[in-house]
Design a protein around this ligand. Structure first.
Ligand SMILES: [Zn+2]
Length: 299
């Protein structure tokens, strides 16, 4: 697994070479960055790999130089996790990051009942417990097989039949409540995993944005967690195809538990033409209805 960091900021066209020199001086080699011109300012977005030589501490020092020497204070950051082919082929479990390179994979909650309680007094993250079936406008699903609603996955009838046909196990289905126009409504089902995975490995990569406030003491807000990582021993007796992670994820406001899927599940989705095989978000196969599964790393 490789961690890449993309920077994005604006510079004067004339200072481009000097800015590249600052990166080099800090030991960060960047290829010819993609430059997009807009008036006198130029958008500059180098991508580089983080490793033992290019640590995040080095990057922080680089940002200080960019600010001191060029007055660059607003640096956008984005992390990418890239997996090797062997990691895809060996992973027993996958994290489903997306069911399409399109905002249409997200559906708005139309009034599901939750009980809420404060999880962290410092950053205000809330625990939520679901008290009713999910309420959505199912006409918005159109011909999508799986949509994301506030941390939960909702499947079409066709996907549910396929999961049964393929003997995928370890989940319950809860039919959603439709709220919206009658015409075009369809049955849809929340997938509720029956099992929770063991705790993930302490070796899991944790990152944060140097350009933002430091992470909250709860260890959730402001932390970018790398790929799910497990000890081999902890997963060897696993049965089933759908699981909750033991760790919380959050959407900035509410906590939820991520759903992980077995390799068999991913293969069934690809074999049955629900999605093409996608390896990473830069893969040209990642189209509007393709599913992005990231392999779980095994220690
Ligand atoms: Zn917090």
């Amino acid at each position: 697994m490789k961690v890449e960091l993309e920077n994005l900021f604006s510079i004067d066209e004339t200072s481009e070479d000097q800015v590249i020199n600052v990166y080099n001086r800090h030991g960060i080699a960047i290829g010819a960055p993609e430059i997009r011109k807009r008036n006198l300012k130029t958008k500059f977005n180098p991508i580089f790999t983080l490793n033992e030589d290019v640590t995040y501490e080095k990057v922080t020092a680089l940002y200080e130089s960019l600010e001191r020497e060029f007055g660059i204070v607003s640096i956008g950051e984005r992390f990418y996790f890239e997996f090797s082919d062997i990691e895809y082929e060996r992973a027993p479990l996958f994290t489903l990051n997306s069911t399409g390179n399109s905002p249409e994979m997200f559906l708005e909650d139309k009034g599901t009942l939750f009980s809420l309680s404060t999880h962290c007094k410092c950053c205000g993250l809330m625990d939520k417990e679901q008290l009713s079936p999910i309420v959505i406008d199912t006409t918005q699903m159109k011909d999508r097989h799986l949509v994301h609603v506030n941390g939960y996955w909702v499947a079409s009838e066709e996907l549910v039949s396929l999961m049964k046909k393929e003997n995928l196990e370890g989940y319950e289905l809860l039919e959603v409540i439709h709220q919206g126009p009658e015409e075009g409504k369809q049955p849809a089902y929340q997938i509720i995993p029956r099992q929770m995975l063991p705790e993930s490995s302490k070796d899991r990569v944790k990152l944060y944005f140097a350009t933002e406030q430091p992470p909250c003491s709860c260890g959730l807000n402001g932390v970018i967690t790398g790929p799910d990582t497990y000890h081999h021993e902890d997963l060897k007796d696993l049965k089933g195809d759908v699981f909750y992670s033991a760790e919380f994820s959050h959407d900035g406001l509410y906590l939820y538990r991520k759903t992980l899927f077995s390799r068999r599940f991913r293969e069934a989705i690809i074999k049955n033409g629900i999605s093409r095989e996608v390896r990473g978000e830069k893969d040209p196969n990642f189209g509007p209805t393709d599913w992005l599964f990231d392999p779980v790393l095994i220690k």
